[in-house]
Design a protein around this ligand. Structure first.
Ligand SMILES: Nc1ncnc2c1ncn2[C@@H]1O[C@H](COP(=O)(O)OP(=O)(O)OP(=O)(O)O)[C@@H](O)[C@H]1O
Ligand SMILES: [Mg+2]
Length: 249
């Protein structure tokens, strides 16, 4: 059974059908990339999945639970976390405090007793664990807003992981990065697949083809093609969409 299934999702903006009966699935441990030209509907689809926008039709199921009518917040509680294109880091706070806040926010029923020493120690331990996962253990005392862009994006990923997601939505995690930071982010995402399935929107085709198990191509709000990297690379209609660009070569 697929971990995540979106079925016949529809979103209209006035006369424009931005999402036109889109169906896609993500398997456990899979990196599923979503690509397509500007305006194809990638961000709209991610907004429908995360609950930022209400859908006009269709359904979303994660790990057997129907999320379609849930708020964005409840979707996070059920295992769907998202990193934002615009970072959600508190810039004036330290890396440690950013992590602690995120861990606290997702500590659920233990919130009531979080003043107890043992629980607070647990939160600190979890924050440290998250820092290790993304390679920020040496930066805990740094003020988040003063860190280089690539490091802030790692922190953003760690904040999303605080919710212990089953499915992680990554919206252009390499945006604005140079080659070195991009490669580090590729390596980080490759490691993350061990703990969450990933739906990755990314314009950096090198990264997409390195990471993706499957790729779905959106065009004018529809899924044009969906398959493994070799299938997508050779797909005539996909090639036509990317004609004149170097991206698929
Ligand atoms: N809030 C909105 N109101 C009206 N139209 C919208 C809105 N959001 C998106 N659109 C339109 O829906 C279509 C899909 O936009 P979307 O932002 O999802 O594309 P995208 O694939 O993410 O593009 P990009 O690669 O540039 O980020 C576009 O034609 C866009 O103009
Ligand atoms: Mg977009």
């Amino acid at each position: 059974m697929s971990l995540f299934v979106a079925q016949d999702l529809v979103k209209r903006f006035g006369g424009l059908v931005a999402t036109d009966r889109v169906s896609l699935s993500v398997e456990p441990g899979e990196v599923h990339a979503l690509i397509g030209p500007n305006g194809a509907g990638k961000s709209t689809l991610v907004n429908l999945i995360s609950g930022l926008l209400p859908a006009d039709g269709g359904s979303i199921v994660l790990d057997g639970v129907e999320l379609t009518a849930m708020s964005a917040h409840d979707r996070v509680r059920h295992g769907l976390s998202r990193c934002f294109q615009i970072t959600s880091v508190f810039r004036g706070d330290s890396v440690r405090d950013n992590l602690l806040l995120a861990v606290q926010a997702h500590s659920g029923s233990s919130f009531r007793c979080f003043r107890r020493r043992s629980t607070e120690a647990g939160l600190r331990e979890r924050a440290l664990e998250l820092a290790h996962k993304v390679g920020l253990e040496d930066m805990l005392d740094r003020v988040a807003g003063t860190l280089p862009h690539g490091v802030q994006r790692k922190l953003d990923v760690a904040l999303a992981l605080a919710a212990r997601p089953k499915l992680l939505l990554l919206d252009e995690p390499m945006a604005g990065m140079g080659p070195e930071d991009s490669q580090q982010m590729v390596e980080l995402i490759a490691r993350l697949r061990a703990e969450a399935a990933i739906l990755l929107i990314e314009h950096d085709m090198d990264a997409v083809f390195q990471l993706a198990d499957r790729i779905s191509v959106l065009d004018y709000g529809k899924v044009l093609a969906s398959g493994d990297t070799a299938y997508i690379r050779e797909h005539p209609e996909v090639q036509a969409v990317y004609l004149g660009t170097e991206e698929l070569r």
